[in-house]
Each structure stands twice: as structure tokens, then as C-alpha cells.
Design a protein around this ligand. Structure first.
Ligand SMILES: CSC[C@H]1O[C@@H](n2cnc3c(O)ncnc32)[C@H](O)[C@@H]1O
Ligand SMILES: [Zn+2]
Length: 441
């Protein structure tokens, strides 16, 4: 069963009332109309509600937050979780990840993305920015699940003109397919993988196509020092300047990692209005050896946001955990405990993330689509509650999320997700079959 076929509170087109939740230290009710829009947030907001009692959620004092936004992931890599760890990035990709990915089938992408959606819903993410292959299958999974996503085909031309033509076609096909779905929760982006896998001609084509279609660009940028030295040796300029000369740096661009940017590159990203997606867990695990220069990017006016990267390098999709690691990595690496305070980490994972993906969400106010999560105030890690933002960033993780709502649809209620066991089973079987196929050649 897909969430579209569901009845009751998990079905669609109902007005919802959430009572007794904490927003910004105040106890409030939240009213959502049948179109999935928040109509009021306030102490007495529920009094005038005329909906059906079956659609009343007692928040029980939980903390209500905007749904979290994961601005850089490869959702279908859930199938590769734990397949290759503790390796150098280039070896990890070329010796383990890419050879296994060569055996992926469309149905694997479907099951893996369904699994990723469940993991995200469970840990409070309501929107994600995804780059991978066979993305029509990812779109099918997202469409059924009820979450929000920006989907890009991972464009890799390996500096080969014939391959480039095929990658352009695949990018055009995905954009057309997503348009045909006519689902406001799903949008397309262009996904040039990185400067070391995409030619300048490929990058220019991506920039022009994104501009013509008015869609976003999703790219890996300066994850490793080698990427910078190779770029300077080949193009005579650093990666951000190279991307700028190809038209890739725009207000609709999300650049993932940004570990090795220098001061001038931070200023360039700020001037162009780029969103820089910090991926601290993946960076630490793959030892990129430098943390994104958060303070410099912020000072330059770039939009800083947060992502998990894929499950082969994280190895989960928990944005609450990612906030904590971001906040503590920034302090540790830049040797300054005042860098990235808790409220800024929370903003990176919510309002800034929504801005990066061009979404109207990321805030709990009347008039915006209801992407809302409720985090338990009774779990041990949330007691005492001197400061909710502190607890959210430093002491909780995704396991404390009780209820997740996206676009006014309830996707998880009191930690229950319909059809979860069926999806977990399907994904587990797909992962075993994938590795068996790879091992038998
Ligand atoms: C072309 S689809 C995405 C492509 O990116 C690969 N990938 C996953 N994690 C990383 C990373 O940290 N740096 C660079 N590339 C990465 C993934 O395996 C897919 O092949
Ligand atoms: Zn990535």
C-alpha cells in the first residue's frame, strides 16, 4: 500500500490539530488545513478548530520543529551501508563503491530510496536533496512515501564527448519525468557530480540547462585537497573559480562539502548566493582533513546548510546527529568554542536548508506548508529542558522524533510508520542480491 491509498490520520486531505506542543519556549496548538498549510500557531489556536476528533494529535508537551532538510545525500546508498568503511576516499570510490554501483538495477534504487525515506521520516527529515542514478525509481519511492525531495541525475561524463551526450539526455529525461508527475513535493535539479568527473563542456551544459529550466544545481565541491591541486594544475585556477567560469555558481546551486575553500572562494560563493552544504560526519569518516570554513562562508553571505551525504560514508541519515557533529567539528577544527552555536546549527538543518532547495518550508508560521516534527520531551536525553535548542543539537538524536508530518500529511505518528516492515524487508533482500550479483561477476 502507498501512503496515497491510506485512510485515517495517515491519509490525505484532512484538517489536523496538534495540541500541547512547545514552539520557541511557548506551549501552543498548531492548526493545519486540508490543503496541508499551517493556518495558525498559538496558545489558543485550537479553540476555533472545527475538524474531526480523529485528526487531533495530542503533542503531550513535545517540542515542535520545522521538518529537517538534508541538503546533500545519495538516498539509494542505504543499500551500500557498511559495505566499505575505513578507506581513503579515492580508493573507497574506485575500488569498492563504483564497482558495486555498476551492478545496481532499477528496483534496487526503488527499495533503497524507500528505505532511506523511512530512515529520514523516523529521524525528522521531511525534505532531501538527492543525487544518484535511475532517479525515476527514486521519484517513484518519494511519490509513494509522502516526503519532499529535489532529485538530480548524477552527471558524470569522464571528459568524453559521447558519454556527455548520454548524460545530457539522462538529465533532460529526468527533468521531463518529474514535470510529468506534477507533484509539488518533488522537483528536479541538475547534478554534475564534481569537477574531476565532469568536463568544462559538461559543466557549462548543466549550467545552461538549469538556467533554462529554472531548476537547481547540485554538485560536490572541494571535498579533498587533491581536487584543489589537480584543478590548479589543469585549469590554472581553484575549483570555485573554475565552476564560476562554467556558470555553475548561482543562487540555486547547492555545493556539497566545501572543505578546502580559501578566503577568496568563500567570498565568491557569498557573492553568487550559493548554498554550501556541510557534511561533517562523512568528512570526518573519509578524513578530508579540513572542515568547511563555516565562519568565513557565513561572513561572506553564503547560505550554509547541512547534509549527511550517502549511507556508505556516514553511515546513517540522522540530521539531529549531523547538527551535533557539525557544531562540535567546527569548534574543534577551528579551535574556537564559539563557532557554530546551537541555534545556528538548528537553522542550518531547517530554514537554511529549505532556502537552499527553494522550498517555502523551514518555519512554523501560518501560511507555509506543514512540514512539522514532534520531538519527545520525555526521553532521558531531553531532561532537564533548560534550553530546548541546546538539547536538540547536543543531546538528542533522531531516535527522539515521535511524529513527522510533511505537506500536512502524517507520515509517522507516535513512532509508528505504516508498512515499515514490508519496506525494510524488501530493501534487505535487495542488498543481499546486489552483493551476490557483484561477487558472481
Ligand atoms: C553520480 S551519482 C553520485 C555519485 O557520488 C558518489 N559519492 C558518494 N559519496 C561521495 C563522496 O563523498 N564524494 C564523491 N562522490 C561520492 C556515489 O557513489 C555516486 O557514484
Ligand atoms: Zn556526496
Amino acid at each position: 500500500m502507498t501512503s496515497d491509498d491510506m485512510d485515517g490520520i495517515f491519509g490525505k486531505n484532512h484538517s489536523l490539530l496538534i495540541t500541547n506542543v512547545v514552539v520557541d519556549t511557548k506551549k501552543v496548538d498548531i492548526v493545519i488545513d486540508e490543503k496541508g498549510i499551517i493556518t495558525s500557531v498559538g496558545e489558543m489556536a485550537g479553540k476555533a478548530w472545527k475538524g474531526d476528533e480523529d485528526f487531533l494529535i495530542d503533542g503531550n508537551g513535545a517540542l515542535a520543529l520545522p521538518g529537517l532538510v538534508n541538503t546533500h545525500t545519495h538516498a539509494a546508498m542505504t543499500l551500500l551501508r557498511g559495505y566499505a568503511d575505513d578507506m581513503i576516499l579515492q580508493d573507497w570510490l574506485s575500488q569498492k563503491i563504483w564497482p558495486l554501483e555498476a551492478h545496481l538495477k532499477p528496483e534496487d534504487i526503488y527499495w533503497a530510496t524507500k528505505l532511506a525515506c523511512i530512515e529520514m521520516i523516523r529521524s525528522g527529515t521531511t525534505a532531501f536533496n538527492d543525487m544518484y542514478f535511475m532517479m525515476d525509481q527514486a521519484a517513484k519511492a518519494v511519490n509513494e512515501t509522502g516526503i519532499r525531495a529535489v532529485l538530480s541525475y548524477g552527471f558524470i561524463d569522464l571528459f568524453n564527448a559521447e558519454k556527455r551526450e548520454a548524460e545530457c539526455k539522462a538529465t533532460e529525461n529526468l527533468a521531463a519525468h518529474i514535470k510529468s508527475l506534477d507533484n509539488p513535493r518533488i522537483t528536479a535539479a541538475v547534478g554534475p557530480h564534481a569537477i574531476y568527473t565532469v568536463s568544462p563542456e559538461g559543466l557549462k551544459w548543466c549550467a545552461e540547462f538549469a538556467q533554462q529550466q529554472k531548476i537547481g544545481i547540485h554538485i560536490h565541491l572541494s571535498e579533498t585537497e587533491k581536487e584543489v591541486t589537480d584543478c590548479v594544475a589543469t585549469h590554472g585556477k581553484r575549483p570555485a573559480a573554475h565552476l564560476d567560469s562554467c556558470g555553475i555558481l548561482t543562487p540555486r546551486t547547492v555545493a556539497a562539502h566545501c572543505c578546502w575553500l580559501d578566503d577568496a572562494e568563500c567570498r565568491l560563493l557569498g557573492e553568487r548566493g550559493v548554498s554550501a552544504a556541510h557534511n561533517p560526519v562523512s568528512n570526518m569518516k573519509l578524513a578530508t582533513n579540513r572542515a568547511m570554513p563555516y565562519a568565513d562562508l557565513k561572513a561572506a553571505g553564503a547560505n550554509t546548510c547541512l547534509g549527511t551525504d550517502g549511507c556508505a560514508s556516514n553511515n546513517n541519515l540522522d540530521m539531529l546527529e549531523e547538527m551535533k557533529v557539525a557544531a562540535i567539528l567546527q569548534k574543534f577544527f577551528w579551535n574556537n568554542p564559539t563557532v557554530l552555536p546551537a541555534p545556528e546549527a538548528l537553522a542550518m538543518a531547517s530554514a537554511n536548508g529549505a532556502k537552499a532547495l527553494g522550498l517555502p518550508t523551514g518555519r512554523l508560521v501560518a501560511g507555509v506548508p506543514a512540514d512539522i516534527i514532534l520531538v519527545s520531551n520525555r526521553d532521558a536525553c531531553n531532561i532537564p529542558l533548560h534550553n530546548a535548542t541546546s538539547n536538540l543539537v547536543y543531546s538528542t538524536n533522531g531516535g527522539s522524533v515521535e511524529t513527522t508530518i510533511c505537506n500536512g500529511r502524517v507520515l509517522m505518528l507516535d513512532r509508528g510508520i505504516p508498512d515499515e516492515a514490508y519496506v525494510l524487508n524488501g530493501a534487505a533482500e535487495a542488498a543481499v542480491a546486489l552483493v551476490e550479483r557483484a561477487q558472481s561477476g
